[in-house]
Design a protein around this ligand. Structure first.
Ligand code: SF4
Ligand code: SF4
Length: 488
């Protein structure tokens, strides 16, 4: 094993003893990629400490949350469910259809600015604690790997040695469990898109019975197996755009994980070297992205806190105060001054977050489960027949709730007649013909209701609006709707 805790198959140069010198992390290259482009596979050393305990608690809660959320129902529908073919989304009791797509803008921008806001305060706390990639990789897959193949140092030794029976069976068992877990995780992911009961049915059926669902389950199983078995931190370093954005979101007052250079330098293996850092490389050995935090804040740091716990343990051993690596702001590390929350970046992200969240909440809460849209026929908006003006309408009625509706069309308290006043204030009378005045609408169903309104030509003096009422007879929900009446 080398001191950086990695397989490091491409050592750079040699030492005076003739042994290859381990390549050390620097700011110029990605440590997990060798010079020839091959992978330098990481085996972070095990670490224990208070931050690991906190993370384990958060991960356990989040794992339960991610797995159980699609099983929880609110008003008969899954708490979170996105039906792509049906173009319907269920979100904690709200139902959104394709007509509500504009709300996605506010939802996504609100979530994006929430992430920006949190990052400007606490750096990549999302990556270290809550990102599903971290939760599943560190909380499940890496943990199983440790149980089967031992701690990082032993795994490196074994991988660099010959293929013995011991190494073979451990690898075989690990990969089999990883494959099974990738299959389960893929189905957890799919359960956000396919209702759980249908998904269980798909699992029990032969592949040909549900070819599309089968394809996606195999596709995501393969992707997750590849990701959690081999690709791992490369997802964060190469694919995830958030890590790249990080440097534009943080400033000198953002709380990130960092190394106290003032206290640590000059570093040295001897305790009397001047600084508190004993250059033990323990912080590098435990890092899941293979960086040396002592080089400063880096894009590859996912805020996992491993180096804090590792360094605190070393400080305890050498009888020095903990916190050489800790959460602090750049200003805090340099000057020891208190950090200020009130700064422009913080305020701008907060305002943008509040705008997105407020618009989304206001518009979403004003939506009605009984959606009505007027579809006017093409051509003239009216016709004259037997001395009467006739306006024809088509109402597109949509049930956006999770239960059936019986919709009644009410045109007046005295059916067939509605008393109105025209522009001059004179009373006018409209007759209605509603071929389908009662309509059963299943959950998320829609239908079209034709409607005719007529009035005597002699009564018409100017265009006006009249009101019809749609009532869900099961719940009494009423929706008044204004219709224009046009004439010659
Ligand atoms: S530098 Fe520290 S906090 Fe950042 S990824 Fe490495 S171990 Fe985790
Ligand atoms: S773990 Fe602490 S003491 Fe050891 S090298 Fe890292 S910063 Fe220095």
């Amino acid at each position: 094993m080398n001191e950086t805790g990695m397989e490091n198959r491409k050592p750079a140069g040699g030492t005076r003893t003739g042994r290859p010198r381990a390549r050390r992390p620097d700011l110029e290259t990605l440590y997990t990629i060798n010079e020839d482009g091959s992978r330098n596979f990481l085996h972070p050393a095990d670490v224990h400490g208070k931050w690991q305990v906190r993370k384990n608690i958060v991960w356990a809660l989040l794992l339960a949350f991610y797995v159980l959320l699609p099983w929880i129902t609110i008003q008969g529908a899954p708490a979170v469910h996105i039906d792509i073919p049906g173009r319907v989304a269920h979100l904690f009791g709200f139902v959104f259809t394709s007509q509500d797509f504009y709300l996605v803008f506010f939802l996504i921008s609100g979530m994006g600015f929430a992430l920006f806001f949190v990052t400007s305060l606490w750096g990549r706390v999302w990556c270290g604690y809550a990102c599903p990639q971290t939760v599943f990789l560190e909380g499940v897959f890496r943990r199983i790997e440790r149980w089967i193949e031992g701690p990082g140092e032993r795994r490196i030794r074994r991988n660099q040695g010959p293929l013995t029976l011991d190494r073979f069976w451990r690898k075989a068992v690990k990969l089999s469990i990883f494959l099974a877990l990738a299959y389960v995780t893929a189905h957890v992911f799919l359960s956000y898109f396919i209702p759980v009961k249908e998904l269980l049915e798909v699992v029990r059926s032969r592949p040909g019975a549900h070819p599309t669902a089968f394809f996606w389950s195999m596709f995501w199983t393969a992707v997750l197996f590849f990701d959690f078995t081999w690709f791992r931190e490369q997802t964060c370093l190469i694919i995830c755009p958030y890590g790249r954005l990080q440097s534009t979101l943080v400033d000198a007052d953002t709380i990130t994980i960092g190394y106290d250079r003032q206290r640590g330098e000059p570093r040295g293996r001897k305790l009397d070297s001047g600084g508190d850092c004993v250059d033990c490389f323990r912080c590098v050995a435990v890092c899941p992205t293979g960086i040396d935090i002592r080089n400063g804040v880096q894009m590859e740091c996912v805020g996992c806190t491993n180096c804090i716990d590792a360094c605190d343990a070393i400080m305890e051993k050498v009888d020095k105060p903990k916190g050489l690596i800790r959460y602090d702001s750049e200003r805090g590390f340099e000057t020891g001054k208190r950090r200020s929350l009130l700064r422009p970046r913080f305020a701008i992200y907060l305002v943008l977050l509040l705008i997105g969240a407020s618009v989304f909440t206001a518009v979403a809460s004003r939506r009605t489960p009984l959606e009505v849209t007027l579809l006017r026929p093409q051509g003239l908006p009216f016709r004259i027949h037997d001395g009467r003006i006739e306006n024809q309408y088509t109402l597109h009625v949509q049930n956006k709730s999770t239960r059936e509706m019986i919709v009644l069309v009410e045109t007046t308290e005295d059916p067939g007649m509605q008393a109105l006043e025209d522009a001059s204030g004179d009373p006018v009378h409209i007759d209605y013909v509603v071929p389908r005045a009662r309509l059963a609408l299943p959950s998320l169903g829609d239908s079209k209701i034709p409607l005719f309104a007529t009035m005597a030509r002699t009564d018409f003096s100017a265009p006006f609006e009249h009101t019809i009422v749609l009532v869900d007879s099961l719940t009494g929900v009423r929706r008044e709707f204004r219709l224009p009446f046009r004439g010659p």
